[in-house]
Design a protein around this ligand. Structure first.
Ligand code: ADP
Ligand code: ZN
Length: 526
């Protein structure tokens, strides 16, 4: 492939970007787009998607137009390209009118190799006429999963991008994403009119990442223990769901001698920039963040990604954990989750403003995440199967390294379900897991006395198991679809399949969790 300026793809790769070989399918993708064909690229985070459109943009005549929703990152991306001599610019709402005018002039004059544009600008007639006044080398649609209405990151502006095919039928288009369920894949193809595109689906396995998912007891203390075991110099990211939790956790870690910096959208831009720059520059910095952090951050030696709250979807979990170990060296994805996470997230979905179909889809996302947490199989097998990829047990996840004991939990499940049935049918009462467990264990509390629950026939029939074990039973029954939570307070209810267990028609397998906190395998730092 030769560019107007002369040179092949490989020459551009080495002369401009300083790399000597393409990775995976990069070369084929670059050839496809450079030759004017369309492409759909599913590649995990860190796989090297950017070069797949940057090199064709340099090889083809005109300007490569890159649609990206991550306005906050455009500046960095453009700077990185300019640093290697690529004539790159962006157009977005953060610019002054003067800057914008300069970029537009350069584009019209054919003086740009790459132009980043926010998706909402592309539906704007002014932007369209601007683009028409220059030569477009290609359209790259980054984070293409944002077009999926039922995905985890839908952006309405992406729907308008289908018009690019009609407006510029001769311009090649390449859609890229790190989110690769079968459903998202076909939605991207369909909604972006990429029926004639070649599809490139990379393996989603990240073999150097060790997956560990632990039951949540005292998440911050567990986190400290985990981080200390990783060693002093390990850079890491800790994800929490709320800003308040981010700040509390960062404080907690700092007080225990860990260099931890909070990062969320509510902090000043300078504070965030400072945190990000220290994270990139110094050794052993831990960023505690909401999911606002991480997109496009190119730090290869992140040694761990920890979640102290349950991610909302497997896609999100995969994307966030994918920020660990981009250098290919061993890294850990650690997640602590508990029953409360499930209850809280179901409530958030229930209370949300979304329509019914969207709520149902969110519940499905959550259920898939829960199934990953509660699987008795290899985490990686479960994770990759979610992305449509079959694999063998990996030997590098908590389940493989420490096979959980699988026990017959049918009787425990029956005890629990029949308590839920009795409360519901005999008394028309509904309670959350805490009260149900108190009843099973025969625990005298103000609430069990007040409701006369000691008169229930299931009172005390579960005294043989601890609170912690019972909570594990509840979580696993939820994950297996044998129990449901409803409404505001996480009240427990039955599902269509619960009856099979109650009637003894179905055996329930449960993972037996260790009663005591597990010892780390690695030695602790002093
Ligand atoms: P993605 O967008 O898929 O998450 P990036 O395009 O940001 O991934 O690439 C991830 C990292 O890998 C970057 O640091 C990039 O420079 C590097 N990289 C990409 N392709 C190659 C290659 N062929 N050789 C060496 N490094 C590469
Ligand atoms: Zn495994």
């Amino acid at each position: 492939m030769t560019s107007p300026a002369g040179g092949t793809a490989l020459e551009v790769l080495s002369h401009v970007f300083g790399y000597d070989a393409f990775r995976g399918e990069q070369a084929e993708i670059v050839d496809q787009v450079t030759a004017g064909g369309d492409a759909v690229v599913l590649m995990p985070t860190g796989g090297g998607k950017s070069l797949c459109y940057q090199i064709p943009a340099l090889l083809r005549e005109g300007t490569g137009v890159v649609v990206s929703p991550l306005i906050a990152l455009m500046h960095d991306q453009v700077q990185a390209l300019q640093a290697v001599g690529v004539r790159a610019e962006f157009l977005n709402s953060t610019q002054s009118a003067t800057e914008r005018a300069r970029v537009e002039r350069d584009y019209r004059a054919g003086a740009l190799d790459i132009l980043y544009v926010a998706p909402e600008r592309l539906s704007n007639p002014a932007t369209r006429s601007l683009l028409g006044a220059g030569t477009i080398a290609l359209f790259a649609i980054d984070e293409a999963h944002c077009v999926s209405q039922w995905g985890h990151d839908f952006r309405p502006d992406y729907l308008g991008l289908s018009e690019l095919a009609e407006l510029w039928p001769d311009v090649p288009r390449i859609a890229l994403t790190a989110t690769a369920t079968e459903a998202t894949h076909s939605e991207i193809t369909q909604r972006l009119s990429l029926g004639g595109a070649r599809h490139f689906v990379a393996s989603f396995d990240r073999p150097n990442i060790q997956y560990r998912i632990v039951p949540k007891r005292d998440p911050r203390a567990q986190l400290v223990e985990f981080i200390r075991a990783e060693g002093q110099d390990a850079a890491g990211i800790v994800y929490a769901l709320s800003r308040a939790s981010v700040e509390r956790t960062a404080d907690y870690l700092s007080q225990r001698g860990i260099t931890a910096l909070p990062y969320h959208a509510g902090l000043d831009a300078e504070v965030r920039a400072e945190a990000q720059s220290r994270f990139l520059r110094e050794d052993g910095v831990v960023i505690v963040a909401t999911i606002a952090f991480g997109m496009g951050i190119d730090k290869p030696d992140v040694r761990f990604v920890a979640h102290i709250d349950l991610p909302k979807s497997v896609e999100g979990y995969y994307q966030e954990t994918g920020r660990a170990g981009r250098d290919g060296e061993p890294a850990v994805a650690w997640l602590a989750y508990g029953l409360q996470d499930v209850v809280q997230q179901r409530r958030m979905i229930d209370d949300g403003a979304a329509d019914f179909a969207h709520k149902r889809r969110s519940m499905q996302h959550l259920d898939a995440m829960l199934a990953l947490c509660e699987t008795v199989q290899c985490r990686r097998v479960n994770l990759l199967r979610y992305f449509g990829q079959e694999s063998a047990p990996c030997g590098n996840c908590d389940t493989c390294l420490n096979l959980p004991a699988i026990v017959d939990g049918t009787v425990a499940a029956q005890k629990l379900l029949s308590t839920v049935v009795r409360l519901d049918r005999e008394r028309n009462q509904r309670f959350g897991a805490g009260q149900v467990i108190d009843i099973l264990r025969g625990k005298e509390t103000a609430r069990t006395r007040q409701h006369g629950h000691n008169a229930l026939s299931t009172w005390g029939i579960g005294a043989d198991l601890s609170d912690q074990r019972w909570r594990g039973v509840v979580r696993q029954l939820l994950a297996q679809g044998l129990l449901a939570t409803r409404g505001e307070y996480g009240v427990l209810g039955l599902t269509e399949s619960s009856g099979e267990v109650l009637r003894g028609e179905r055996t329930v397998h449960l993972r037996e969790e260790p009663e005591k906190p597990q010892r780390s395998r690695t030695s602790r730092r002093t």
